[in-house]
Design a protein around this ligand. Sequence first.
Ligand SMILES: N[C@@H](CCC(=O)N[C@@H](CS)C(=O)NCC(=O)O)C(=O)O
Length: 239
Amino acid sequence: MVDLYFWPTANGIKIPMLLEELGIDYRPVALDIRAGAHKTEAFRKISPNLKIPVLVDDGALDGNAPVTVFESGAILLHLAEKHGRFLPAAGQGKAQALGWLFWQSAHVAAAFGQYVYFVEQLFGQVSEPLLDAACVELNRLYGVLETRLAEAAYLAGDYSIADIAVFPWIQPRRHRRRLADTPNLARWHAAVRARPVVDKAYRLGRGIASEEKVLSDWTGPEWKTGLSAVFRPRTQPGV
Ligand SMILES: N[C@@H](CCC(=O)N[C@@H](CS)C(=O)NCC(=O)O)C(=O)O
């Protein structure tokens, strides 16, 4: 059996997006992180950093040794390598996929997470220069994506675990953005979201916690007005 310990956040939802693509039979184990359900010694044994997601594969389905993987990027990589899909086997394609996968986990998670925390939790308390810096980095990273997607259909050429890692982090309303302002990112976003299994993964998430913002962001109307005071588009795409 393959158990997925998760909650439908940006990092959590990546894994059903890939498991569904691969057609793997898995058991979702919902851990309500908003209620602290992950903060147990039992969970620490499989998740040393006490975060979701974690994949536990007992090997029964394929006769392999049991394996437990924490960190969403590591889980995507593990599954892609094991099944030989959504990651080129070698060469430039593989290098691109890994580069964008690690870029998401190093840059996007930190910067987007900080921006949302400042705006949604600390607005009015966080200083103007700090808020400015968060906005500048958010815009810079959207620009990096726009530039890349102007030259390639998907981040590594073909659809890969890199696209799966980045997609849930693109939350236009939360980021006070219109996707139309970055047309190549918008085209890529529409193509990923049109994949039937992406919808299936998000439906699974909504069945668990429909109030999670990542689940509703791209299904509703794009952000148009409001909170413009905290939106400072100060950098050029690609800078
Ligand atoms: N780098 C980790 C980040 C995991 C992470 O931040 N998980 C969040 C949800 S998206 C979490 O478990 N939060 C609960 C907490 O911090 O207590 C990954 O990509 O898996």
